[in-house]
Design a protein around this ligand. Structure first.
Ligand code: GLU
Length: 421
């Protein structure tokens, strides 16, 4: 098996989410009709996105906006621009958003959007054209009280600004239709780093409860996009030793700890490849899984920790799922047997959507919050969810994922039932 084959996911996000749902539905004894409802989306929109490229050609991309469930509030979730963002993947991610918003108890349902395109291959003008055409074609199902997009992999504040502009052309000034906007267009302070900040708060709570202090602990982060880069910076500030990180081009290892502030500037701010940073030894995207650490943090694509490649070889105490669905169900079992705790994605990476909720509230009230208030409220919300999951883990002796699912599923099923059919 080549290195590339070893790190290739054996199972994709959609299948992972379905399999986890079945396990959790059995556990909480979900009625058959409710299972049927929650396995499939409330509404799924597929569109063609034709775009005139800089060379004059017209390229046609495929796009989706899938609303999985809206029983607890307007549908909420990011838009991903990625070559693998097909219908199955987007549905899996939309489903995870339903559990995420329920678990952290914010008044939203779950949705996700995706365009099957590699944004790195597009010029800025082409990216804007993809965003505007896609927005136009899904606008009919969006709205501040209907469905509210946000950034995800391959999209950022600028993409959200174009989305807002395009939507507002039809419906008038509507800042609450999208979150993760630039501050000058009604975005929230603290939103850009919110996912990393939420992960850090949960890790600090776990560190206190399970006697694994962040200070001087060893951290490995796979993925150096918005989530991985901000989290690396925050953990470094908290005294952790970030010993290895990677991005799509490869990894970097330094046993004494990488110079994170300079690496952040190089790889995140200037968007240069991680392995080109001079402060460490280059490693492959396969080797990063074998670096010994306390906290192993997958912060990129789904399915990367799997039974075919690395689950038996990981050398860590805790896996912090910063990415969505990084662990396959069989790998999950292997890790439980190996006594490695897996802190699940829809708890750990919920900081982004929590601050999106604060942004939506600020937009509706036309009243901006201070950064301190955003971070205090984020801390309160995410640690409350963390404690609820932890208490259930201790009481029922189940995994963190199972406990988190039990809480989220029960809340969504109750809302769905109360609304009636
Ligand atoms: N894309 C992020 C997520 O997967 C944020 C979603 C949002 O803020 O609505 O949680």
């Amino acid at each position: 098996m080549t290195v590339e084959e070893q790190s290739r996911p054996s199972m994709r996000t959609g299948a992972i989410v379905k399999s986890q749902f079945d396990i959790a539905a059995d556990l909480v004894g979900l009625e058959p009709y409710m299972r049927r409802l929650l396995r499939s989306p409330f509404r799924s929109v597929a569109v063609e996105v034709p775009v005139r490229m800089d060379d004059g050609r017209i390229e046609v991309y495929r796009g989706y906006r899938i609303q999985h469930n809206g029983a607890r509030g307007p549908c909420k979730g990011g838009i991903r621009f990625h070559a693998e963002a097909d219908e199955d993947e987007v549905l899996g991610l939309a489903t995870t958003m339903t559990w995420k918003t329920a678990l952290v108890d914010i008044p939203f349902g779950g949705a996700k959007g995706g365009v099957q395109v590699d944004p790195r291959q597009l010029s800025k003008r082409e990216l804007e054209a993809v965003t505007r055409t896609f927005t136009n074609r899904i606008a009919i199902v969006l709205g501040p009280y209907r469905d509210i997009p946000a950034p995800d992999m391959g999209t950022d504040q600028q993409v959200m600004a174009w989305l807002l502009d395009e939507y507002s052309k039809r419906s008038g000034y509507s800042p609450a239709v999208v979150t993760g906007k630039p501050i000058s267009l009604g975005g929230s302070l603290g939103r850009e780093e919110a996912t990393g900040q939420g992960l850090r708060y949960c890790m600090e709570a776990y560190a206190r409860d399970f006697d694994l202090p962040i200070e001087d602990s060893r951290v490995v982060i796979q993925g150096f996009g918005n989530v991985g880069a901000h989290l690396a910076r925050l953990l470094h500030d908290a005294g952790a030793r970030v010993v290895a990180v990677s991005d799509i081009d490869g990894g970097l290892h330094n046993d004494g700890g990488l110079d994170v502030p300079r690496l952040f500037e190089h790889a995140y701010a200037q968007r240069k490849p991680v392995p080109e940073f001079p402060g460490g030894d280059r490693i492959t995207n396969d080797e990063i899984w074998r670096v010994a650490c306390d906290w192993l943090i997958p912060a990129a694509l789904g399915g990367v920790i799997n039974e075919d490649g690395n689950a038996k070889a990981l050398d860590c105490k805790v896996i912090v799922e910063a990415a969505n669905s990084p662990t396959t169900p069989i790998a999950d079992k292997i890790l439980t047997e190996r006594n490695i705790t897996v802190l699940p994605d829809f708890l750990m990476n919920s900081g982004g959507v929590i601050v999106s909720y604060f942004e939506w509230v600020q937009n509706l009230q036309q009243q901006p919050w201070s950064l301190d208030k955003v971070n205090e409220e984020l801390h309160r919300k995410i640690t409350a969810a963390y404690r609820m999951v932890r208490d259930l883990v201790n009481k029922e002796h189940v995994t963190w994922r199972t406990a988190a699912y039990a809480i989220a599923l029960t809340r969504v099923a109750e809302a769905e039932q109360l609304r009636g059919h």
